[in-house]
Design a protein around this ligand. Structure first.
Ligand SMILES: [Zn+2]
Length: 174
């Protein structure tokens, strides 16, 4: 999945859940964190494992619980990081269960309609697997965003911008 979606989708979801824009923005940046493995020339490594993500966040949750603050922030961070793994899981092979299962999984699904005189539908759901090697790549081409991702992001962010700018519009009316 392209980075812009990894950022904008959880950002919009957190805003919709009532999280303040500044906090939502900072938390949504975590949505990009699993792809930092590309800096080590490895794509879709253990940083995409939901087990690794849980193991990274659970100690923080325990600390937050003990000190009596920050637990909801930890839950929101967990949501953002898991969303990255799930987005990648439905778009390409992703080692979501590493190290318990070292294979990459890809949930490939589509609900298709065929129209010619009458309409027929077909649901395709395939769980594909391949070994995860975590080997270094020599070079990689990946879109930071596509036209489709850019438009989806704009649609998700536009209502947030309207809400943020509303006080300025109403100020001018007074
Ligand atoms: Zn990724």
């Amino acid at each position: 999945m392209e980075p812009i979606i990894h950022f904008v989708a959880p950002f919009a979801a957190l805003i919709a859940a009532g999280v303040k824009p500044r906090k939502s923005f900072l938390l949504a940046l975590l949505g990009l964190a699993p792809d930092l493995d590309a800096a080590l020339l490895i794509h879709r490594s253990f940083t995409h494992s939901i087990i690794v993500i849980f193991l990274a966040i659970i100690p923080l949750m325990v600390v937050a619980y003990r000190i009596g603050r920050g637990l909801s922030t930890c839950m929101q961070a967990l949501f953002v990081l898991i969303s990255h793994a799930i987005f990648d899981f439905v778009t390409d092979y992703t080692p979501i269960l590493w190290p318990l299962d070292t294979r990459g999984y890809w949930l490939h699904m589509a609900f298709m309609v065929h129209v010619s005189g009458s309409a027929k539908t077909a649901l395709y759901v395939n769980l594909l697997t391949e070994p995860s090697t975590f080997s270094n790549f020599q070079s990689m081409d990946a879109p930071l965003f596509t036209g489709e991702g850019l438009i989806i992001s704009a649609v998700l962010v536009f209502p947030v911008l309207l809400k943020l700018l509303k006080p300025y519009f109403t100020k001018n009316k007074v």
